[in-house]
Structures are given as structure tokens and as C-alpha cells.
Write a protein that binds this ligand. Structure first.
Ligand code: NAD
Length: 259
């Protein structure tokens, strides 16, 4: 994979999976725009990549003005957007549907669905003008199967897969690819926050229980997800669009059975 001469924009780039994607793009030669509402996280990742090769943009992906601003910043700094990892997301509150607070539902849908939509809404016109580009939206295995206790998150990630399919159909004829990556449990802040909510007194026990249902018997790493995002953005995936790539150690293919 070679991203020399390419420009990559990554939302949620200040931490976790987005950070790993930023560092991977940079390692393979791309200029990187690190977008996050966590200003310190975005600045730290841009600094790690190095001056001249990355910029940090503080933005809330739920606000159209912020999205327009990071698109403009990318074009002003580097002149194009070749790759877009539309990745920022939140886990929200763990509570069953019958008890789920309306405000918590709205918050998750706001970031995970509207934020992804706004990213597409403002980056795709740039790619259409260019006549090329590749987008990877971060969904989840929660976009493929239900997870009791996470109605908003599961609904939001199913929606991300829907947005991916619609956009892939719209812009494929224009030379632009749009795919989704579906991570399983990945060792970032997010999964440990979910563990804490599920089992405040014994979060380590939750990781053991979750891992027992994963054929590879462990959480994935942010880098392992980033590697698939980089592949999907690269020319190696030139015939791949509208697809969902699962990175979950086999969890959805072969959940814990009777043996
Ligand atoms: P993380 O919390 O480490 O990173 C998420 C990043 O998104 C943070 O830097 C955060 O500041 C940023 N962010 C959140 N809301 C934002 C907003 N409104 N505007 C701008 N930035 C915002 O978690 P992560 O695990 O790296 O999550 C990245 C993506 O991967 C998310 O979409 C998440 O749903 C998805 N995912 C994670 C896992 C997992 O197990 N960690 C599994 C499946 C999918």
C-alpha cells in the first residue's frame, strides 16, 4: 500500500482506532488531517506525525459548520481529500430499550448517524469534483447483530451500514468507493467504558466473559482495525465498494456455541 501524494482525513483521529488510522496513513506517505472534538488528542496525534505532514482540526462532527471547517482546512492545507475515514463515534449509555433515556438515544444517534451523514455530505462533493476518492465509515458488529442493552448504539451502527450502501450506489459511477468497517471488541477507551457500565465493580471480569465468545479469544487492537481501513482506502481494494468488512476475531461468524 502506498499513500504518497495522498491526503487523508480522519474523524475521531485523536484517540483509539482513528489515531491508529492517522498513524498508519502517515507511515505509508499520506498527509493527514486529524479531526476530533478532543483538541488535545488531535494535536498530539498531529504532532506525533510531524509538522508539514499533518494538521489538527478541533471539530464536533454533529455540527455542520464544524464539518465544513475541517473540509476547508484540509483543502487549504493540502489541496485535496483522497481518503476519508468517517470514524468518530460514541458508545452512549448501556440500558435496555424499556429503560433507555430519550436524551441518551438522541446523543448517540446525533454523533454516530448525523455525524457520519454530515461527513459524507461535505466530503463527497470534494471527491466528486476530484473524480476520485475512497471513504471508510466506521460501523461495528453492532451494525450487523443486536446487542442487548445498547439500542441506540445498535440502531446507529445499522444506520451507518445503510448510509454506506446508499452512498456507494450514488458515487460509484463517479469513481468513488464507500465501504464500512465493522469492528468487534477493540482495546480502546470505548470498550473499557462499556465494561465499566456493564459491571462497575468488576470490569476485568467482563473482558474475560466477552473474550470467551470470540474464537481468537481476545480483543482486537486499534492497529488491526486501521490495517483494514488502510486496505479499503488503497488501490488494492479498487473493486470493493458498498461492503462491510468485519474485524472481530470471528465473534459474529462463530459466537460461543455448545462445545
Ligand atoms: P475512542 O473513544 O477511543 O475514540 C473515539 C474518538 O471519537 C475520540 O477521540 C472522541 O473524542 C471522538 N469523538 C466522539 N464524539 C465526537 C464528536 N461529536 N465530534 C468529533 N469527535 C468525536 O473509541 P474507538 O474505539 O476508537 O471508536 C472509534 C469508532 O470505532 C467509533 O465509531 C466506535 O463506535 C467504533 N467501534 C469501536 C469498537 C470498540 O470496541 N472499541 C467496536 C466497534 C466499533
Amino acid at each position: 500500500m502506498d499513500f504518497n501524494g495522498k491526503v487523508a482525513v480522519v474523524t475521531g483521529g485523536g484517540n483509539g482506532i482513528g489515531r491508529a488510522t492517522c498513524l498508519g496513513f502517515a507511515r505509508l506517505g499520506a498527509k493527514v488531517v486529524v479531526v476530533d472534538r478532543d483538541a488535545d488528542g488531535a494535536a498530539a496525534v498531529a504532532a506525533e506525525i510531524g509538522r508539514g505532514n499533518a494538521i489538527a482540526c478541533t471539530a464536533d462532527v454533529t455540527r455542520a459548520a464544524d464539518v465544513e471547517a475541517y473540509v476547508k482546512a484540509a483543502l487549504d492545507a493540502f489541496g485535496a481529500i483522497d481518503c476519508f475515514h468517517n470514524n468518530a463515534g460514541i458508545e452512549g449509555r448501556v440500558a435496555p430499550t424499556a429503560e433507555h433515556a430519550e436524551a441518551d438515544f438522541d446523543a448517540v444517534i446525533g454523533v454516530n448517524v448525523k455525524g457520519v451523514f454530515l461527513g459524507l455530505r461535505h466530503v463527497l462533493p470534494v471527491m466528486i469534483r476530484q473524480g476520485h476518492g475512497s471513504v471508510v465509515n466506521t460501523a461495528s458488529i453492532a451494525g450487523l447483530v443486536g446487542t442487548p442493552g445498547m439500542p441506540a448504539y445498535v440502531a446507529s451502527k445499522h444506520a451507518v451500514i445503510g448510509l454506506t450502501k446508499v452512498a456507494a450506489g450514488e458515487v460509484g459511477p463517479l469513481g468513488i468507493r464507500v465501504n464500512a468497517v465493522c469492528p468487534g471488541p477493540i482495546d480502546t477507551r470505548m470498550i473499557h467504558e462499556i465494561e465499566r457500565q456493564v459491571s462497575p465493580n468488576n470490569p476485568e471480569g467482563v473482558e474475560e466473559r466477552y473474550s470467551a465468545g470470540i474464537p481468537l479469544r481476545r480483543y482486537g487492537t486499534a492497529e488491526e482495525v486501521a490495517n483494514v481501513v488502510l486496505f479499503l482506502c488503497s488501490d488494492l481494494a479498487a473493486n470493493v465498494t458498498g461492503a462491510q468488512y468485519v474485524v472481530d476475531g470471528g465473534r459474529t461468524a462463530a459466537p460461543a456455541g455448545v462445545s
